[in-house]
Structure formats: structure tokens, C-alpha cells
Design a protein around this ligand. Structure first.
Ligand SMILES: C[S@@+](CC[C@H](N)C(=O)[O-])C[C@H]1O[C@@H](n2cnc3c(N)ncnc32)[C@H](O)[C@@H]1O
Ligand code: SF4
Length: 421
């Protein structure tokens, strides 16, 4: 399908969170020593990302790599494996400086106070990093934060606290299969606002069948009461093996009009649009994009990806609980963390495409010529402007169609052939 046909089909084909998508990764044979993979990379601005695959519940929409209410022995075994991986990776990389850090999941705030302190201390021993002097982002869910844990996170150096709210309407939360005890959202938002992080981010999802324009606007206005520095607005996707998929649920028809409503409201409230999903108050000192797709990213933890310019690698990926548990188990048993054995090698064409996608989908002007014939179609359809070449606001609204349309043929076929477990 060409782009016009994809647009006529109103297809939201996917979130270009990172390129290439993890479902294009395959076993690397032979495995590549990390010391070799990183030998030619700049190492004075590394991004340390730690993935914690634990949650208190499995939300109906979620296809992230995570386990639900794991036994404490499992959590401890995973943290011990992360500590081994961290030490081995730092030895192999010979890092210069860590310039940014993020903790994602799953739900990193699932960890106890003692576990959080141990994790931060261990990383600070292995890496040239001072968490109190670099931007640090941390993801949470409302049921796993309280004033004491938030105070601890601030003390450990966290500047950006992201809270997964999804919706302020109980009807939407029921529809999304993300039950939330009464009052919990309000308490969590109040505690985060009170704790005084430099950036408070709220995640919302739009487009479930039970949501109409009025309901979406209600949720947005509830979020705005807290004047969060950032809002991430995610159109709902129902991926394979998720609970919503098992129930045969599909997103409602309104995602595009809900997007326009939100954009208009947030712009009128003084927010700036950074990408299709991210809106931000102007003038922030921390204007880092934590979407975790920069080169120079060192990923730790069972679901984390690492990116050098020419190699992306990670552990394997699964959504179903048996698959996730098996991968975490293998991660916990692992003794040799000095090799990358699963990933995707990017040739110059793929590196070029990645740079193009990162630039265009953040609404930025292209500062190089990617030599890609498809780009003409974008200008013809009014989705991009030339000199400098960048997406128009209409183009940004079609990010989830334009991104996947630009993927290379090898990446598209690898993603199609991937068997999710
Ligand atoms: C790692 S999670 C958030 C942290 C935390 N575990 C929570 O749920 O509150 C990142 C965000 O991705 C979004 N998300 C996950 N799956 C999605 C889906 N299928 N469709 C749309 N948004 C999704 C949600 O807004 C979620 O808050
Ligand atoms: S949305 Fe968040 S809390 Fe829910 S299952 Fe996914 S990662 Fe866990």
C-alpha cells in the first residue's frame, strides 16, 4: 500500500518508539563481544537505562515485557543478575561519562525502598555517574507510590517522575481493564505534585471504545489540574496476546478526532507539541526526550535494549506470561554478560533511516539528505514542507502511519515473520 492508501484505510500501523522494532531482532550468530561492539562508539555521553519487569497487575492493553506480582525471590534474583550485568557491561565498555539515566518497565516503583537504594548504589559504583547531577527519569504506577517512596526517589536524584494514569474516568479504566481503587489516582497525583520533581509527566491513553470526546476532554482537564510539565498521550493499540485482544476488544473509531481535540486543548493551555505523543510546558531546564531511543544507550535488565550506531541488542522479547517468565529465568541464570547474542545490525542505509525517523517524528527539520524517493509523497500529500524539510502539523498527526511506511523492506519482513510468544 502506498501512503495515500494507508491514510484512506485510516490505519494506525504502529508507534515508532525505536527503529528497528524489537520484533525485527534475531539471534546474533556468532555473538558479538560488547567490548568490540562499543569499541568505536563515543562513550562520554552514555544513557543508562534500567528495565525492571515487575507490576502489581497486568493491564488489559499492555504488551510490555513484564511479570505480575512476582515472588520476592524472583525480584531479588533479577536484581542480582542486573548487578552482575552492570559490572560486566561497565568492564567491557570502559565508559567515559553517563550523561542521562532512566528507569522503566514494567513498574520500577514496584521495588521496595531497600531494593531501590541498593540498585542506585550498585550502578553508581559500576559507572561514572552522579545521579544528583544528571537528568534521571523514573516510571511509576499510582498503586506503587506514596510520599515516602517519592521522597526517597528525589533523594536518589530522580528529576522526572512519570505516572501512568491512563484515564481519570473509571469507565475508561474498566474498559481498558486497568482497575484502580477509588481515590488512588487523586492521592498519587497529589503526592507527586507535592514531592516537587522538576518534571511531572502524566501518561494518558485515548481511543478505547467506551470513550467519547466529552470523556476524553474530562480526563485531559483532570490531568491539567496538576499542571504537569509533560503529558504523553498514547492512542490505544490492542496488540497480540494482550488481555484486550483475548477479549476481542478493538480500539474505538475516534482516535484521530480525539487526537485533534487534545492537541488543540493543550496548545491553548500553553503546552508545546514535541511529537505526536509528547506535549511539554515551555522553558523546562530538562527538555530531554526520554523516549529511550538514542544511540549510546546502555540497557540493563531483562527487557532493556542497548544501542550503538551499528548494533542494537537486547534479551529476547515476549508478551505472554510463560514467555516472559522463561526469559527472566534465563536472565537470572546467566553468568556471562560480556556478549550480545540477540539483536539487529544496522548497515548505513538502516542507520540513515533511523536518523530520518527520529528527526521527522519529533517534528524537527532534516539536517541531512537521506536520498529517499518516498519523501516526495509526503510533500505532495501536504504532510511535509520543504526548505527545511520537516513534517507539517498534519504530518505529525499521521506519525503512526508515516513511521511504519518508511521502514525498510528487510525490517518490515522480519517484523511480519516474527512469532510472538
Ligand atoms: C511502562 S508503561 C507505564 C508505567 C506504569 N507501569 C503504569 O502503567 O502506570 C508506559 C506507558 O505506555 C502506555 N501504553 C502501554 N501499552 C499501551 C497500548 N497498548 N496502547 C497505548 N498505550 C500504551 C501507557 O500509557 C503506559 O503508561
Ligand atoms: S501498563 Fe504499566 S502497570 Fe500495567 S501491565 Fe503495563 S507496565 Fe504494568
Amino acid at each position: 500500500m502506498n501512503l495515500r492508501q494507508r491514510m484512506q484505510a485510516e490505519s494506525y500501523d504502529g508507534y515508532t518508539y525505536a527503529y528497528p522494532h524489537k520484533t525485527a531482532y534475531r539471534p546474533l550468530d556468532p555473538p558479538i563481544p560488547l567490548a568490540r561492539a562499543w569499541a568505536e562508539e563515543p562513550k562520554d555521553r552514555l544513557f543508562l537505562y534500567t528495565h525492571l519487569p515487575f507490576c502489581e497487575m497486568r493491564c488489559g492493553f499492555c504488551n510490555l515485557f513484564t511479570t505480575i506480582r512476582p515472588a520476592q525471590e524472583r525480584v531479588e534474583a533479577t536484581l542480582a543478575a542486573i548487578a552482575r550485568q552492570s559490572a560486566a557491561t561497565a568492564r567491557a565498555l570502559q565508559p567515559g561519562r553517563v550523561a542521562q539515566a532512566a528507569f522503566g518497565g514494567g513498574t520500577p516503583s514496584y521495588l521496595s525502598h531497600a531494593q531501590l537504594e541498593r540498585l542506585f548504589d550498585g550502578l553508581a559504583r559500576d559507572w561514572p555517574v552522579d545521579f544528583s547531577n544528571i537528568p534521571v527519569s523514573f516510571e511509576t504506577s499510582p498503586g506503587t507510590v506514596d510520599a515516602a517512596k517519592l521522597a526517597l526517589l528525589r533523594r536518589l536524584g530522580v528529576d522526572r517522575l512519570s505516572l501512568g494514569v491512563q484515564s481519570f474516568r473509571p469507565e475508561d479504566l474498566a474498559d481498558l481493564k486497568r482497575p484502580q481503587p477509588e481515590g488512588q489516582l487523586e492521592r498519587a497525583c497529589a503526592s507527586v505534585a507535592e514531592a516537587g520533581f522538576e518534571v511531572f509527566n502524566i501518561d494518558l491513553i485515548y481511543g478505547n471504545a467506551a470513550q467519547d470526546e466529552a470523556g476524553w476532554e474530562f480526563s485531559l482537564r483532570q490531568a491539567l489540574r496538576w499542571r504537569p510539565q509533560e503529558l504523553y498521550l498514547y492512542p490505544l493499540y490492542v496488540g497480540k496476546l494482550t488481555n484486550l485482544d483475548r477479549l476481542g476488544r478493538r480500539p474505538g473509531e475516534r482516535r484521530r478526532s480525539l487526537y485533534r481535540l487534545a492537541r488543540q486543548l493543550l496548545l491553548s493551555e500553553g503546552y508545546q507539541q514535541v511529537s505526536m505523543r509528547l506535549f511539554r510546558l515551555p522553558g523546562l531546564r530538562l527538555d530531554t526526550d526520554y523516549c529511550c531511543q538514542e544511540d549510546g544507550m546502555v540497557g540493563l535488565g531483562p527487557g532493556a535494549r542497548s544501542y550503538t550506531r551499528a548494533l542494537h541488542y537486547s534479551s529476547e522479547y515476549a508478551v505472554g506470561q510463560p514467555g516472559v517468565r522463561a526469559i527472566i529465568e534465563a536472565f537470572c541464570q546467566r553468568t556471562d554478560f560480556s556478549l550480545a547474542d540477540y539483536g539487529f545490525a544496522l548497515d548505513l542505509h538502516e542507520q540513515n533511516l533511523r536518523r530520518l525517523l527520529k528527526t521527522l517524528l519529533r517534528g524537527l527539520p532534516l539536517d541531512f539528505d537521506p536520498q529517499l524517493p518516498q519523501l516526495v509523497e509526503l510533500t505532495e500529500l501536504g504532510l511535509a514542507q520543504s526548505s527545511p524539510f520537516r513534517l507539517t502539523p498534519e504530518g505529525l498527526a499521521w506519525s503512526d502511519t508515516i513511521g511504519p511506511w518508511l521502514y525498510s523492506q528487510p525490517v518490515q519482513s522480519a517484523m511480519r515473520e516474527y512469532e510472538l510468544r
